[in-house]
Design a protein around this ligand. Structure first.
Ligand SMILES: C[S@@+](CC[C@H](N)C(=O)[O-])C[C@H]1O[C@@H](n2cnc3c(N)ncnc32)[C@H](O)[C@@H]1O
Ligand SMILES: *[C@@H]1O[C@H](CO)[C@@H](O)[C@H](O)[C@H]1NC(C)=O
Length: 228
């Protein structure tokens, strides 16, 4: 959250449309972004995750309560905004929740309702979690990059050196990536890497739900001339 807040505080990442790739059932990744984009598209592969997002967006009974995260985002942004105002803005700006498959050359399908190309992309813990190997990770990054306008920004967050995680009963396979592989993949896809930070997972966060060793945060800008 701090990486996202700091990046948006530069004022360099803004525009009209933003797409979050592989949102899952979570909204934390958009808490700082939503002040800077008025048209936000959330996406996930699974219908169950898209339904969970709709519960929160429509403030329906049983929706997960994200207020602790909203409060924390307001705190680190330090703009004096209340968490209720932040959540209201995010709900108003998420215009649609769509299916996505990063393994397809057109991840949103043909004729999607999202405005394309987008001014910016966010993706958190998705590409490495759904790719069996590095080549697949690289291809998936290439596919989502086609959704981004030249000069647009990508904020990519993910696990480092992770090989599995538990989703309920299921043990899912993750491609272990290191910082240099992430950097190389971004350069290969036509990005200028503006910032790439890595964090080592502290022991108290090693809870047995995965074998992740750390987390990366990348801010990358698609080069003009890299194609749409
Ligand atoms: C580890 S979760 C991350 C969710 C959320 N972004 C977060 O930060 O917690 C990975 C997500 O990728 C989604 N996913 C699975 N296969 C996918 C695919 N082929 N294309 C895009 N997303 C996929 C899953 O449904 C899941 O929500
Ligand atoms: C979510 O939690 C906050 C803080 O505990 C509380 O004020 C708020 O009413 C809760 N929201 C819902 C919909 O229950």
């Amino acid at each position: 959250l701090r990486c996202l807040a700091q990046t948006f505080a530069t004022g360099e990442v803004s525009g009209r449309s933003l797409i979050d790739i592989g949102s899952g059932p979570t909204i934390y990744q958009l808490l700082s972004a939503c002040a800077h984009f008025e048209d936000i598209t959330m996406t996930d592969f699974l219908e169950a995750n898209r339904q969970e997002l709709e519960l929160w967006l429509r403030e329906e009974p049983g929706a997960f309560n994200w207020s602790a995260y909203s409060q924390h985002a307001c705190l680190i942004e330090g703009k004096g905004e209340s968490w209720q105002e932040k959540e209201r803005q995010l709900r108003a700006r998420v215009k649609r929740v769509l299916p996505v498959d990063v393994h397809l050359p057109q991840p949103l399908g043909a004729g999607s309702r999202a405005p394309l190309p987008a001014d910016a992309l966010i993706s958190a813990f998705c590409l490495e979690a759904v790719s069996p190997d590095l080549a697949s990770f690289q291809r998936a990054l290439g596919h989502i990059t086609m959704l981004l306008k030249p000069g647009g920004h990508l904020l990519l967050i993910g696990g480092l050196e992770e090989s599995w995680y538990l989703a309920g009963e299921a043990r899912l396979v993750v491609v272990p990536v290191c910082e240099e592989e992430v950097r190389e993949a971004l350069v290969q896809s036509g990005y200028e890497v503006r910032d790439l930070r890595t964090y080592i997972m502290p022991d108290h966060l090693r809870t047995g739900v995965d074998d992740v060793k750390g987390v990366f945060f990348a801010w990358a800008q698609k080069k003009v001339g890299a194609g749409v």
